[in-house]
Design a protein around this ligand. Structure first.
Ligand SMILES: O=C(O)CCC(=O)C(=O)O
Length: 262
């Protein structure tokens, strides 16, 4: 199973503190080295789960920025809305790069924080150069899919406002092999085998029956969510906004294509 350039898992106790944010402001515990990230691996899987990756203030700010983006930035796809930042993909999967907005590069410096985990160290870019914002209303989800060949095979997904249950499906299987609970403000990093070989999906439901799902990141969740899972509660979906941050390794110069990549 591939993983980022992680070496020794030396300091797991501090890295698995409740607030392992990668904030450069120094307000919370830091996960900046590969060894720290290893402590946040979902046991046995090529997935890392970082709770409280952004603060509540940053979450509110990001949601406001997403909400107040120009109307033309929104696209509707299979019911949900999305925004694409960083540029469009050409038919040959190269990025016609466009500047990313300051609310992911500067404040909060989400992309730099993701870079500091080391997960994109093998790329020339080192930090994500492409961000898709997805908005899901209660009842909306995303069908099982793989992210396609345009991207370096790792994705970092930030969850804002509402939770989600993310499923991973083995090839040709509609039944989830693994599921994760994604708390608001968390970052999940999917890499290696789970990125390359497994599809991922979120059920299009109004509420999640937590009694009916085995969540693999239970030990990395806060006490509230652990309690809900242990009691098998049914939890109403809220609106959820996700930022999927990736690296497109191939870049192109020229005019925007008529048909964007996504
Ligand atoms: O919203 C999510 O967590 C998943 C989004 C996703 O799978 C995608 O944009 O391809």
């Amino acid at each position: 199973m591939d993983s980022p350039d992680l070496t020794t898992a030396s300091d797991c106790e501090s890295a698995s503190m409740p607030s392992p944010s990668l904030s450069s402001s120094g307000t919370s515990a830091t996960v900046g080295a590969g060894a720290d990230l290893e402590c946040l691996r979902v046991s046995g899987l090529s997935v890392y789960y970082i709770p409280e990756f952004v603060t509540a203030e940053e979450e509110e700010y990001l949601l406001r920025k997403v909400d107040t983006a120009p109307k033309a930035k929104w696209r509707t796809l299979y019911g949900r809305r999305l925004q694409v930042w960083g540029g469009e993909l050409t038919p040959s999967n190269a990025l016609l790069a466009q500047p990313l907005p300051p609310w992911v590069t500067d404040h909060p410096d989400i992309l730099a924080r993701i870079g500091r985990t080391g997960i994109f160290d093998q790329t020339k870019q080192k930090v994500p150069n492409h961000v898709i914002v997805n908005e899901y209303l209660p009842g909306q989800g995303i069908f099982a899919h793989k992210d396609g060949p345009a991207y370096y095979p790792t994705v970092a997904t930030l969850t804002l406002e509402g939770h989600a249950v993310m499923h991973y499906h083995a090839p040709l299987s509609s039944t989830p092999a693994y599921s994760l609970l994604l708390e608001p403000r968390s970052l999940v990093i999917t890499t290696g085998e789970l990125y390359k070989d497994y599809a991922h999906s979120i059920d299009a439901v109004e509420r999640d029956d937590l009694g009916n799902v085995e969540v693999r990141n239970l030990n990395l969740l806060n006490a509230d969510w652990r309690g809900r899972l242990e009691r098998g509660e049914t939890v109403e979906r809220q609106k959820r906004v996700s930022l999927t941050c990736r690296v497109v390794q191939k870049t192109a110069k020229g005019l925007l294509p008529i048909h964007g990549g996504r």
